[in-house]
Write a protein that binds this ligand. Structure first.
Ligand SMILES: [Zn+2]
Length: 278
């Protein structure tokens, strides 16, 4: 498996004391270093996405706004939780480009592995076409889906989001799209307020959006049951050519951003099932 990472991702800052901080990636990188199977992974450098590529998903004016705020320096807020600082624009382009680089690797038939893990920041699933929110600047999952479709002619894509929060931005991009199936497991009711069962898509996209709104204290038995009993049969029918996973780890029982009860092994189980599907 390829692990996309660059120390430059550590430069984006939301200001002091913020939960979305560089230590997230430092911890992941250190954990991979301790991992018994680390010989089976290859660290890979990201590339920088172009403004044109980001326009597949975001409005030109919004992209320019992030660029201008970064150039201004200091700290600007898109919402009370989401800051733009000196390196935010460049880190955001590198985050999107990291996903593109990963996709280029897995779609290259001469490469052995067809999986990648993008260890990137800032995150993306609360980012909308014309505004960022909830720590998110550019929507990396939406950009990945659009890039795979444009570059590799992929039609059907599943996005599975197990971050503790509902990926309202990602859902919004594909809400009336029957080719990109968005599935989210999250605490509910909780930030950002969306993600109920009843949100199933719109128009041609009806039935291609699925939310699992879990109460606080939910642990992996419910996640596994949902995956085995619902997601596997639904995905076998949908038959996507690519799985994208929004892998936020704030559903861990020690993370104070949610009161979900996943443990380290839960993520192994979840990814084992998604890997089976892919
Ligand atoms: Zn989250």
């Amino acid at each position: 498996m390829y692990v996309i990472y660059d120390d430059f991702y550590l430069k984006h800052s939301n200001g002091p004391g913020h939960p979305e901080n560089p230590n997230r990636l430092v911890a992941i990188k250190e954990a991979i270093g301790r991992w018994d199977l680390k010989d089976r992974i290859a660290f890979w450098k990201p590339r920088t996405a172009t403004g044109k590529e980001v326009e597949m998903v975001h409005d030109k004016d919004y992209i320019q706004e992030i660029k201008d705020l970064s150039q201004m320096g200091g700290i600007s807020y898109l919402d009370p939780d989401t800051a733009v600082t000196e390196y935010t624009y460049d880190c955001s382009l590198l985050a999107a480009g990291g996903c593109f680089e990963g996709l280029d690797l897995i779609f290259d038939d001469s490469n052995k592995s067809h999986k990648f893990f993008a260890v990137i920041r800032p995150p993306g699933h609360h980012a909308f076409r014309n505004h960022g929110s909830g720590f998110c600047i550019f929507n990396n999952a939406a950009l990945s889906a659009k890039y795979a479709q444009a570059r590799y002619g992929i039609k059907k894509i599943a996005i599975i989001d197990f971050d503790a929060h509902h990926g309202n931005g990602t859902q919004d991009f594909f809400y009336d799209d029957s080719n990109v199936f968005y599935i989210s497991f999250h605490q509910y009711p909780h930030y950002p307020g969306t993600g109920n069962f009843s949100e199933i898509g719109r128009g041609r996209g009806t039935g291609f959006n699925m939310n699992f709104p879990f109460k606080g204290e939910t642990g992996d038995p419910d996640y596994i049951a949902a995956l085995l009993d619902i997601i596997i049969p639904v995905m076998e029918r949908f038959d996507p050519e690519l799985f994208l996973v929004s892998a936020g780890y704030d559903s861990h029982y020690l993370d104070t951003l949610s009161s979900l009860n996943l443990v380290e092994e839960s993520y192994y189980k979840i990814m084992y099932i998604i890997s089976y599907l892919s």
